[in-house]
Design a protein around this ligand. Structure first.
Ligand SMILES: [Ca+2]
Ligand SMILES: [Ca+2]
Ligand SMILES: [Ca+2]
Length: 309
């Protein structure tokens, strides 16, 4: 082997280029696994009630930032021994009249802009009761100064969010909140699981009458990987890595804000056993297409130079 070893040199250069691309791709901005039991000091919550609510009734949800979900028989979504996550319950007791509500949780004082993604493991749990239909929420661009929990029957909106039902019991199993303001919730139904072709979302039953969504194999629900990705002016919503909906932010309605997760009950029927469990939150940079292209160009150049040796 010659002392001036071109393959060794280019091997190092290639490793450096790959490492650079990887650090961009995996640039973590925020993580939370709730497992130290102290997340209540790092997270806050908000709720919104049905606007036509009987004024004699108050909110009856809950948030718990150190919930052991093994008590519900739910295993870690990652296969680890860690079963501590955040839990949200909504409309837990039967009150009078219109009593639906939304609750959200968010990391205190965080704000994100540019091209980033937020993901988490979410389990919309119901205790198998017929008629228990709640919808798990994920969103972004929350205003920390005035955090609004999106709710379709509320009075105000603001942050961008998507919801999915835990067991398909709604005619609007999928929905979006966008471009809401102080007097508009920005709610938009994205339809029923029944109307989506079968196989559209991995792990979800769709495309047949009475589609159960993520509860297809277990009446109490299932873990779902929820992800929202800001890619330039597109904001993409994924369930189990399937693209479900895109919000067009080319008008620039949203620029920055916090992430959040939630649970919403649009119905009056109460159920003490409902929960949204949230774990393994990750916010990371989404590489700009130009950065990716440059990284690939670098690798191609190295390869081309090496081919000429
Ligand atoms: Ca955890
Ligand atoms: Ca209630
Ligand atoms: Ca349905």
């Amino acid at each position: 082997m010659k002392s001036n070893n071109p393959s060794g040199f280019f091997g190092l250069a290639a490793v450096a280029a790959v490492a650079s691309a990887a650090s961009i791709a995996s640039g973590q901005l925020f993580t939370e696994n709730f497992s130290d039991g102290n997340a209540a000091s790092r997270w806050g919550s908000a709720y919104q009630l049905e606007s036509s609510r009987d004024i004699s009734t108050g909110p009856d949800g809950l948030v718990n930032f150190a919930f052991d979900y093994s008590t519900l028989g739910i295993a870690s979504p990652t296969g680890s021994g860690d079963t501590i996550g955040a839990a949200i319950g909504v409309n837990l007791t039967d009150q009078t009249g219109d009593e639906g509500e939304s609750y959200i949780i968010y990391p205190l004082g965080r704000s994100f802009s540019g091209s980033f993604s937020v993901q988490a493991d979410m389990y919309v749990y119901n205790d198998g009761l017929a008629g228990s239909t709640e919808l798990g929420m994920a969103g972004l661009f929350l205003n920390n100064s005035a955090p609004v929990a999106p709710y379709q029957w509320g009075t105000e909106g603001g942050p961008l969010a998507w919801i999915y039902s835990g067991e398909g019991g709604s005619s609007a199993d999928l929905a979006r909140f966008s471009e809401g303001n102080a007097s508009s919730t920005g709610y938009l139904s994205l339809g029923d699981y029944n109307a989506l072709p079968a196989g559209t979302i991995p792990g979800f039953q769709t495309g047949v009458s009475g589609s159960l969504g993520p509860a297809v194999d277990n009446a109490s629900g299932a873990w779902v990987k929820v992800r929202i990705e800001v890619d330039g002016s597109d904001v993409n919503y994924y369930l189990n890595d399937a693209l479900v909906n895109t919000y067009d932010n080319s008008g620039g309605f949203y620029t920055e804000g916090n992430i959040f997760f939630g649970l919403t009950d649009p119905f009056n029927s109460a159920n003490a056993g409902n929960r949204a469990i949230i774990d393994n939150v990750l916010v990371q940079v989404v590489p700009e297409p130009s950065a990716l292209a440059l990284g690939l160009l670098g690798l191609v150049s190295i390869w081309a130079v090496r081919r000429r040796q």
